[in-house]
Ligand binder design. Structure first.
Ligand code: BGC
Length: 252
């Protein structure tokens, strides 16, 4: 396994990247961030990723790139598109980025990448049984791990509760949009996590996304049988996990 890889995290509003030491699970460079181009089209996004990599110090020719993306990703193809262009649906993202970047690329779902980082280097380290990673951001991302092994592309942010796609009620974006205070948002999170628990009986739930830095405001309010803990890698989890998966698949 290579020791260094580039990690890129593509979101609806921003694209960030860094050089990663995949053995230690640490960033080796500053995190570079650009706005997601208007429309979120594949050509435009790939140009921004290229620009980010060109900016990173210490990048060498053979380094692989891990890219995480807010979509179902099967065998390098993006099969859905949340907050980005519909052109991504059914699109061979691995091949597209490899062509533009001239490097070995591995694309995966953003919550899966964040979960990989937490399982290797953060809140899920050495945890067995069923661990559920959740990210509370523009949407709700979820990742499932059984005895440390990823079951990819769980899309449980879209669980329908009371007839609505619950991501639209309980994501951090919903809190912001509706100006919910911590108590009202926590009540929605209680409904969401209690439903997850009823359906999956997880041993551990990890809560990530930028808002997890304020976990004291909402996690203590949740009443669940499962242990529920904040993520440790927070905003870097996607970059770290994507880089780790790319390095794991690439030998140079
Ligand atoms: C998407 C997921 C993604 C999550 C977090 C959801 O809307 O369907 O694929 O992981 O947002 O970005």
């Amino acid at each position: 396994m290579a020791r260094k890889a580039i990690g890129i995290d593509i979101g609806g509003t921003g694209i960030k990247g860094a050089l990663v030491d995949v053995r230690k699970g640490e960033l080796l460079s500053e995190r570079v961030k650009f706005a997601t181009p208007e429309g979120g089209r594949p050509e435009d996004i790939a140009e921004v990723v290229k620009k980010i990599i060109a900016t990173l110090p210490g990048v060498s020719r053979g380094m692989a790139v891990g890219i995480c993306f807010p979509a179902v990703v099967q065998h390098g193809r993006t099969m859905s598109a949340a907050n980005v262009s519909k052109e991504w649906i059914g699109f061979d993202a691995d091949a597209h980025f490899e062509r533009v970047l001239g490097r070995s690329v591995h694309v995966l779902n953003d919550a899966d990448a964040a979960g990989v980082a937490e399982m290797r280097f953060g809140a899920g380290r050495r945890r067995r049984g069923l661990v559920m990673m959740t990210t509370l951001g523009t949407g709700i991302g979820t990742a499932l791990f059984m005895d440390g092994k990823l079951v990819p592309n769980a899309e449980l942010g879209h669980l329908e509760i009371g007839g609505v796609d619950y991501e639209t009620k309980a994501s951090f974006a919903a809190k912001e949009r509706e100006n919910l205070d911590w108590d009202s948002w926590s009540a929605r999170l209680q409904t969401y996590y209690a439903t997850l628990e009823r359906l999956f009986s997880p041993d551990l739930i990890i809560v990530g996304g930028g808002v997890s830095k304020n976990h004291q405001e909402f996690l203590p309010k949740l009443k669940l049988a499962a242990e529920i803990v904040p993520a440790q890698k927070r905003n870097n989890a996607g970059i770290l996990g994507a880089a780790w998966v790319a390095a794991d698949k690439h030998y140079d």
